[in-house]
Design a protein around this ligand. Structure first.
Ligand SMILES: *[C@@H]1O[C@H](CO)[C@@H](O)[C@H](O)[C@H]1NC(C)=O
Length: 274
C-alpha cells in the first residue's frame, strides 16, 4: 500500500462528512436514464481509515486520532459496507459488544433463524452474516495466543467458542440448513439457479451469437423462469429469510442478489477454517 500520509492525515483529521456522487448515464433506445448514486464518508470510515493507516505507517498521529474520537460507534448491530465501526473497533480491540450479541451472550442479541443462521435484515442478509463471521474469526485469532477471553453480560466467551460460531455459520451457508441448500453458487448439489446477476442470466455470446437488444436483457432473459445460463461460481446470494425460507427466483432480489460484499469476508474465514 502506497500512502501519502500528508494527504491522508489531513483527511483523517477533519470531522467533516465527505460526500461523493456518481453519474451513470444509460442510453437504451427511447429509454435514456440518468442515475445518481450518493456516497457519504462519515465518522465510521474515518476511524476505519485511521486504524488501517496506523497499522500501515506506525504513525502515532493516527492512533491519537482514534484516541480522541468522540464517537467510536458504541455497540453496533451490524458490520457492513455502510457501517464500518465494528471493523475499526476490532483493529483497536473494542468490538466486544457486537461479538457478545452475535454469540447470544449480549444484552441485545442478534436474531437467529430456527436453523441457526445469524439474521440481521431482510435485504441481502448474508452480507451481514459473512462480515459477522469474519469478525468472530479474527477476534478468535486475536484472543487465542493470549489465552484471553471476552466477558459478556451473559458469561465468559473463549476464543474456541468464536471459532465454533464461525464454523456453524459457514456450515449453514454451504448447505447444513433446513433447505439442504448451499447459498454459495456452484457449491454442492443444490444451490440457487436464478441468481439476480445480469452477466449470469444472459447467455454467452459463445453459445448464442445473436445480438441481445437493449431491452432484451429484461424481456428475454431476466423474466425467463429457467436457471441462469452461466453458473456464477463462488457467489453468495442474499440468502434465506428469518424462517430459513428461500425462493429461487431472479426477481426476488432481496434473496437472490449476489454481491462482492457477501463473498469477500468469507474468503478470510475459509482461509482459517479450511
Ligand atoms: C420465508 O420464505 C419462504 C420461501 O419464500 C416463504 O414461504 C415464507 O412465507 C417466508 N416467511 C416469512 C416469515 O416471510
Amino acid at each position: 500500500m502506497l500512502i501519502d500520509s500528508g494527504v491522508n492525515l489531513r483527511i483523517v483529521q477533519t470531522n467533516h462528512i465527505f460526500f461523493f456522487f456518481f453519474f451513470f448515464f444509460f442510453f437504451c433506445g427511447q429509454n435514456s436514464k440518468i442515475v445518481l448514486f450518493f456516497f457519504f464518508v462519515d465518522q465510521d470510515e474515518l476511524l476505519w481509515a485511521a486504524a488501517w493507516l496506523h497499522r500501515a505507517t506506525d504513525d502515532k498521529s493516527y492512533l491519537d486520532y482514534l484516541g480522541q474520537a468522540g464517537n467510536t460507534g458504541g455497540a453496533r448491530t451490524e458490520f457492513s459496507w455502510d457501517d464500518k465501526f465494528v471493523g475499526a473497533q476490532v483493529l483497536v480491540a473494542k468490538a466486544e459488544q457486537f461479538i457478545c450479541s452475535c454469540i447470544q451472550k449480549g444484552n441485545s442479541n442478534v436474531k437467529k433463524t430456527p436453523g441457526g443462521l445469524l439474521w440481521f435484515l431482510p435485504f441481502n442478509n448474508l452480507q451481514y452474516t459473512t462480515t459477522a463471521t469474519l469478525i468472530a474469526t479474527v477476534y478468535s485469532e486475536y484472543l487465542s495466543p493470549k489465552r484471553a477471553s471476552i466477558q459478556c453480560s451473559g458469561g465468559i466467551v473463549q476464543s474456541s467458542a468464536l471459532l465454533d460460531l464461525a464454523r456453524s455459520q459457514v456450515d449453514y451457508i454451504l448447505g447444513s440448513n433446513p433447505n439442504g441448500m448451499s447459498y454459495m453458487v456452484g457449491f454442492g448439489s443444490k444451490y440457487p439457479t436464478q441468481v439476480h446477476h445480469r452477466g449470469a442470466s444472459i447467455v454467452s455470446i459463445k453459445k448464442d451469437p445473436s445480438p441481445v437488444a437493449c431491452q432484451a436483457g429484461f424481456d428475454a432473459w431476466f423474466n425467463m423462469n429457467a436457471p441462469n445460463p452461466n453458473v456464477l461460481d463462488g457467489a453468495i446470494v442474499g440468502g434465506p429469510n428469518d424462517s430459513d425460507g428461500y425462493t429461487d427466483s431472479r426477481s426476488n432480489f432481496q434473496m437472490a442478489e449476489a454481491a462482492t460484499v457477501n463473498t469477500a469476508p468469507l474468503v478470510g474465514v475459509l482461509a482459517k477454517l479450511a
